[in-house]
Design a protein around this ligand. Structure first.
Ligand code: 2AM
Length: 484
């Protein structure tokens, strides 16, 4: 009998199950397999009852049920487990078959695996899948990268199951070679860290600075979600602030203020340091989570260390509008930084990234989905060679409109002693980026003074290095120049 399976999915945790059900809804025949085989039977007797999903009890059975070229998707824990399954599946596959990793793998692993499988004549895809459990079931944002020849083989399935924009475009397209898909997903998560931190800073300013109640803040977020900030994260924040138990308890105010993290924000920060790109907002967002985790220390310090002892004395309504603008301007900076990182990573790894397409993939299904991403897509449509999003007309216009409010919010937060690291670093970046003369001349002088590291001069061509004998001692020997 001819095999019927269009694709196999290994890993029946919630994401895997939901993705399989989504594929089934879209008319694809999926073969399901899991390490703990009893879960295959549980799935077939439960959620998958009455569907066309085929359960496999072994890797052999799974492969035997697949049409050629075979497609095997892993929805398992990132790390060694992925390598283990690749090793298990590989002997049963043949040239031209595709293995797809849909987990949150770190991009260097995906680069390594793509190379290894291509050397054996197989194809590999590492894909970001974003949108959580609900996204997986109803339409996630899917960011595939890997072997370019594999894309036409999975395109129909992936684009069918992905989220769609309001105009019906799939939030899934080919990202680029080897680790590009997982890199873009990692950057997405980093940007998500930034967006969340900005929202939390706005919340704290309104709560501590203005003394607004959760009900009042619920109203504010309801309004914000109707404007430029319209997005999934603003929407859920609105709902969280409006959520009360039957007993009237405001749950968000009972939650311990220590943030967890799984590491993708940290990876983004590390990659930006490796590549030398100032992705400052995501960095601050990661560090803010770290600071929040020092709960006991903070509680102890709060009894010793003093703040300014000032309180807000303006028009609260006006200031809420200022915060909205500060949030929008900071968010623009964060996305501009994220895209700077993508550009540098593309250069480093030889990826041919489609920047507008990436914004489109994030437009629906994923955690950072927002109307604003449509503007990023437009910016790259207007100018495919756009060097920095901040230089796009729409972005520039928004910043011009928000700038006064943004500065006012940062000043007021500092005056009140309320930490707003993401708002602040965004503004500092903006002021640094638009400044043609930063104080790095002094820094180079210091480096040359203590380490003879040399410097370039304004009045000489780039690449010519000079050394000054600053002290009159130590001679004229210079250390070699190097850039880290
Ligand atoms: P399990 O149901 O047998 O635990 C998410 O955790 C998915 O990854 C599940 O399908 C889980 O299989 C699988 N998984 C986690 N750790 C694993 C391991 N060490 N080996 C194989 N599969 C693993």
């Amino acid at each position: 009998m001819e095999p019927k399976g269009d694709i196999a999915v290994i890993g029946l945790a919630v994401m895997g199950q939901n993705l399989i059900l989504n594929m089934n809804d879209n008319g694809f025949t999926v073969v399901a397999f899991n390490r703990t085989v009893s879960k295959v039977n549980d799935f077939l007797d439960g959620e998958a009852k009455g569907t066309n999903i085929i359960g496999a009890q072994s890797v052999e059975e799974m492969v035997a049920n697949l049409k050629r070229p075979r497609k095997v998707m892993l929805m398992v824990k990132a790390g060694e487990v992925v390598d283990k399954f690749i090793e298990m599946v590989l002997p049963h596959l043949e040239e031209g078959d595709v293995i797809i990793d849909g987990g949150n793998s770190h991009f260097p692993d995906t680069i390594r695996r793509t190379k290894m499988l291509e050397e054996k004549g197989m194809l590999y895809i590492g894909t970001g899948v974003s949108g959580g459990e609900e996204g997986a079931r109803k339409g996630p944002s899917i960011m595939p990268g890997g072997s370019p020849k594999a894309w036409p083989l999975v395109k129909d399935i992936f684009q069918a199951i992905s989220a769609k924009t309001d105009s019906g475009e799939p939030c899934c397209d080919w990202v680029g070679e080897n680790g590009a898909g997982h890199y873009v997903k990692m950057t997405h998560n980093g940007i998500e860290y930034g967006d969340m931190q900005l929202i939390c800073e706005a919340y704290q300013l309104m709560k501590e600075g203005l003394g607004l109640s959760t009900d009042e803040m619920h109203e504010v977020f309801t309004e914000w979600n109707k404007g430029e900030l319209d997005s999934y994260l603003i929407e859920i924040t609105r709902d969280i602030l409006g959520y009360k138990t039957e007993e009237g308890e405001v749950v968000v105010e009972q939650i311990l203020d220590t943030a967890g993290q799984k590491g993708t924000g940290k990876w983004t920060g590390i990659s930006s340091l490796d590549l030398g790109v100032p992705v400052t907002l995501i960095g601050e967002a990661v560090f803010s989570r770290c600071l929040s985790a020092l709960k006991d220390e903070r509680v102890a310090a709060s009894k010793v260390l003093k703040g300014p002892g000032t309180s807000f004395e303006g028009d609260k309504k006006v200031f809420v509008k200022d915060i909205e603008k500060a949030l929008l301007a900071s968010k623009l900076v964060s996305y501009a930084q994220g895209y700077m990182l993508l550009r540098e990573a593309a250069k480093e790894h030889g990826w041919n990234l489609n920047y507008g397409g990436i914004a489109l993939m994030w437009r629906g299904g994923c955690i950072i989905r927002s109307t604003f991403l449509g503007k990023i897509k437009e910016a790259f449509e207007n100018n495919p060679d756009l060097h920095n999003l901040l230089l796009d007309d729409w972005f520039k216009g928004v910043i011009d409109d928000c700038q006064a409010s943004w500065r006012k919010v940062v000043q007021e937060a500092i005056r009140l002693g309320i930490p707003v690291p993401a708002f602040t670093t965004a503004l500092a970046f903006y002021d640094g980026y638009r400044n043609p003369r930063l104080p790095a001349n002094l820094l180079q002088a210091q480096r040359d003074y203590f380490g003879a590291h040399t410097y370039e001069r304004l009045d000489k061509p780039r690449g010519e290095y000079f050394h000054t004998n600053w002290t009159g001692r130590g001679g004229n020997t210079s250390a070699s120049t190097y850039t880290v």
